[in-house]
Design a protein around this ligand. Structure first.
Ligand SMILES: N=C(N)NCCCC[C@H](N)C(=O)O
Ligand SMILES: O=C(O)CCC(=O)C(=O)O
Ligand SMILES: [Fe+2]
Length: 384
């Protein structure tokens, strides 16, 4: 690797050896226009200016809103509209693409079957990953994994088509933001390409969160009057589903006030892009003081956060910020987080320029092993 601007970076490290998110006490997340990163006509200076903003956000917060991302809202809207239709299907239909060890942990997980910190999460969802042909992999002499395989794509052609297009868009956006982050870290712009994340083991999750009982915990707005991507008919369907959920919740599977839509966690890889329906505030980000700050959806922007691999790579300069989902809005919610991760076989280790001030704090980690250590324990298949 080329010589780094060690002195400049050391100066930056001197000032900034404190853990990331320490300065994060504001009530809002940074907003960054990432347009220059996807625009081939942008100058190096413009890209570097974005890189500096990304550096600040990753160092101090670990979360930011990205505008100018270029993912068409028609596409994200149609993924979410199709998702709503799909989640409204009878259980037998959804069961056809059920997630299990046999499906390589890909597909549909029923409400309450994803477990975080020993507690079941009150959402259902579909998990899709980069597809891997086990035969081809073996022929290439690559190790097998219980997660490798093909996706049980949702049956509905329109849903499947929208999802495939969405994954392509997110791959482009993720790679672009990583170019900016590389610049912000004074790494080569291409740092995340090739063996690092040039063949991203991406994850696409399509999540449905019924509203939990109780009032919104925080004072921030949970506007019910904001505009929705949904048309009138779908809104009515949503209301019906909500009533069903409430009836359901008063039965034996009652969601108690302690239950969360998704418990506190950090994400596993590099970068998470969270597109969600407008109008429902549910995602919460943990500040350095341990306060939960709302990250409401912002029209035209996507919520972005960094994952576990960044703390290893930067020797703790960037640390992923804990977050959770608590939907007490009185409305159900669909979100479609996309995870731009490293290659499955990438071995992530602290880069030398981050080990000048203090020795490496992390052992090298193979991303695929980290992912397996999480995913293989995330599900309670008995949950009914
Ligand atoms: N693919 C990703 N990153 N999924 C994040 C899910 C976090 C919740 C999970 N039950 C857990 O305990 O980690
Ligand atoms: O639904 C969301 O807003 C975020 C979900 C999440 O944190 C995850 O799936 O890792
Ligand atoms: Fe997450």
């Amino acid at each position: 690797m080329a010589l780094f601007r060690a002195s400049a970076l050391r100066a930056a490290l001197n000032l900034r050896l404190l853990p990331a998110s320490l300065n994060f006490s504001s009530t809002s997340l940074p907003l960054i226009d990432v347009g220059p990163l996807t625009n081939s006509a942008a100058s190096v200076e413009e890209k570097q200016a974005v890189g500096r903003q990304l550096h600040d956000a990753c160092l101090n917060v670990g979360f930011f809103y990205a505008q100018g991302h270029g993912v068409p809202s028609e596409l994200t809207d149609s993924v979410m509209v199709e998702a709503r239709k799909w989640f409204a299907l009878p259980e037998e239909e959804k069961q056809r693409i059920a997630l299990s060890p046999t499906s390589h942990y890909r597909g549909w997980q029923r409400l309450g079957s994803n477990v975080t910190q020993g507690k079941r999460d009150l959402h259902e969802g579909i998990d899709l990953y980069k597809e891997v042909d086990a035969g081809e992999l073996a022929a290439a002499g690559m190790p097998a994994s219980p997660i490798h395989g093909r996706n049980p794509w949702p049956q509905t052609p329109a849903f499947q088509a929208a999802l495939r297009a969405y994954v392509d868009e997110c791959l482009g956006l993720g790679a672009a933001i990583l170019r900016g982050i590389a610049l912000g870290l004074q790494l080569p712009e291409t740092f995340f390409e090739g063996d690092m994340a040039g063949d991203s083991y991406w994850v696409s999750r399509i999540l449905y969160y019924p509203s939990l009982p109780g009032q919104p915990a925080s004072s921030s707005s949970n506007s019910t009057s904001s505009s929705s991507v949904l048309g009138g008919a779908q809104q009515r369907q949503q209301q019906q589903q909500q009533q069903q959920q409430q009836q359901h919740a008063s039965g034996s599977k009652a969601g108690s006030l302690e239950e969360l839509s998704c418990g506190e966690h950090t994400d596993y890889g590099l970068l998470t892009l969270v597109f969600a329906e407008p109008g429902v505030t549910a995602l919460q980000v943990k500040s350095a003081e341990g306060r939960w700050l709302d990250a409401p959806p912002m029209p035209g922007a996507v919520v972005v956060n960094i994952g576990d691999m960044f703390s290893v790579l930067t020797n703790g300069l960037y640390t992923p910020t804990a977050h959770r989902v608590v939907n007490r809005s009185g409305r159900d919610r669909v979100s479609i987080p996309f995870f731009y991760e490293t290659n499955f076989e990438a071995v992530i280790e602290p880069q030398p320029q981050f080990c000048v001030q203090r020795p490496a704090q992390f052992e090298p980690v193979r991303y695929g092993s980290h992912l397996e250590s999480k995913v293989l324990h995330n599900f309670d298949f008995e949950s009914k």
